[in-house]
Design a protein around this ligand. Structure first.
Ligand code: E4P
Length: 214
């Protein structure tokens, strides 16, 4: 499973990319607004660090989506145009797929939406699991259903598990065979941690000090 960082903060991308585990970045308008930096410069800086950076169109009509997406794609070959799951979005995804522009369909909350985006030619789809949990549903069940459908169909579209909130989401996504998981910075930082690793290392180092003192 590929691991993406869900952020618009270049420093965070630098930090996690240095671990050698980062396959890409997803941004969205809310994350970009939170950082308040120039969008093009942010995307360009990230493209130098990772091979796949999702940049979301804010246009809602086909023609404008295509214009905006083409501009993003012209910035760098690592850009993936993120398109919302609407009927205008489906038309744009189809158009981009015919022009060899990679897309990530965002705001996917159901299996029919996932199937339509795949048929339109999306490179990846982003089902949001945390937001389903937030309204009392089990978001991970959507991933299980989508992966089941993918098993029986020849879709090339990658399933990118989005809106993750804790390490268990990442483990569950991996167990279900999802292709990609995008992870917020705070959650990513929790992944390498284990109290027994810390305690074990402390003991190894203190024992080593005892013999090196002599
Ligand atoms: C990523 O592509 C999504 O925009 C993001 O994971 C949404 O996460 P949120 O539900 O925590 O805002």
């Amino acid at each position: 499973m590929k691991l993406f960082l869900d952020t618009a903060n270049v420093e965070q991308v630098k930090e996690i990319a240095a671990w050698g585990v980062l396959d890409g970045v997803t941004t969205n308008p809310s994350l970009v607004a939170k950082e308040g930096n120039d969008f093009e410069k942010t995307v360009m800086a990230m493209c130098k660090l990772v091979p796949c950076v999702s940049a979301q169109v804010t246009a809602t009509q086909f023609d404008d989506m295509v214009m905006q997406g083409k501009e993003y794609a012209s910035w760098h070959k690592h850009v993936v145009v993120k398109v919302p799951m609407t009927t205008e979005g489906l038309k744009a995804i189809h158009h981009f797929s015919q022009h060899n522009i990679k897309t990530n369909t965002t705001l996917v909350f159901s299996v029919p939406q996932a199937i339509l985006a795949a048929k339109a030619g999306a490179t990846m789809i982003s089902p949001f699991i945390g937001r389903l949990d937030d309204i009392g549903e089990k978001g991970i069940l959507l991933i299980a259903d989508i992966m089941e459908v993918w098993k029986h169909n020849a879709f090339k579209t990658e399933v990118l598990v989005a809106s993750t909130r804790h390490p268990e989401h990442i483990v569950d996504a991996a167990k279900l065979g999802a292709h990609i998981c995008t992870i917020p910075y705070e959650v990513f930082k929790k992944l390498p941690m284990h109290p027994l690793t810390d305690a074990g290392l402390e003991k190894f180092l203190s024992d080593w000090k005892k013999i090196t003192k002599n």
